[in-house]
Design a protein around this ligand. Structure first.
Ligand code: HEM
Length: 215
């Protein structure tokens, strides 16, 4: 021994440390790290996308309110009615069952039918309650009266004898209820068949006999 320190014999097998670039360059670790980076960048992208979307929605409603004084740019169609967005079971009424919803009982909704379709018109209570201007439409299918205006004798679903234009008129009213922002369809009514041999409902718009003009 000459006092000089002999370099310790190093193991030929290199001990790899975690900070060793070779270790860091381990393809598995790199993949894991880049996955993490990728995941965090995509989640922040998602977050800013959601933020952008929410801001646009807010902008849509606020600017509509400022410009048109309404929240939906003046839209007042059927899709404004939230009930349209909730799927509901359609009811089937007999005429007698439907008659219970004629607006007499204030605790019950008001239903009316046109062309066999039943609509909830409770929101139009001032028109459709008993005593309302159009209360005679409630609790029944009075399709015929919608075109003839015979509000006493034509409160029936019997459309025999009407012209195609009058039928189109009735269908126009049915569309009115279908597309109304406050009314909505609740089901259908089973209408009693009309005896084809029975006379057509009498026209109420016949010219009323005039008093002879006084001379
Ligand atoms: C065939 C004839 C007619 C039918 C079938 C009919 C039907 C109706 C119905 C169903 C409503 C209610 C609308 C709702 O639910 O929002 C209504 C409202 C109204 N009707 Fe008639 N109508 C007729 C003729 C008339 C006539 C001749 C007048 C005027 C002299 C009139 C004036 C009104 C008025 C002022 C309202 C209220 C409108 C509102 O405030 O929004 N209607 N009509």
């Amino acid at each position: 021994m000459d006092g000089r320190q002999q370099p310790t014999k190093r193991s030929t097998k290199k001990q790899r440390q975690p900070e060793d670039p070779i270790v860091t360059a381990n393809p598995h670790r790199r993949t894991h790290a880049s996955h993490e980076k990728h995941a965090s960048s995509s989640s922040s992208k998602k977050q800013s996308l959601i933020q952008g979307l929410l801001l646009s929605i807010l902008f849509f409603f606020l600017s509509s309110y400022i410009v048109t004084d309404t929240w939906l740019w003046g839209y007042n169609g059927k899709y404004k009615n939230w009930r349209r967005w909730v799927p509901r079971k359609q009811l089937v009424f007999t005429q007698q069952e439907l008659a219970q919803y004629d607006g007499t009982d204030v605790k019950k909704p008001i239903y009316l039918a046109i062309r066999g379709e039943v609509f909830d018109v409770t929101q139009g209570r001032p028109y459709y309650s008993r005593g309302g201007n159009y209360g005679f439409f409630s609790g029944r299918d009075a399709s015929r009266a919608y075109t003839t205006g015979c509000f006493q004798t034509h409160l029936t679903h019997d459309l025999r004898g009407l012209s195609p234009a009058q039928i189109a008129d009735v269908d126009g009213w049915a569309d009115f209820y279908r597309n109304h922002p406050k009314y909505y369809k609740v089901g259908t009514v089973i209408l009693e068949p009309i005896d084809p041999l029975s006379p057509h409902p009498e026209d109420c718009n016949k010219p009323i006999a005039q008093k002879p003009a006084s001379q």
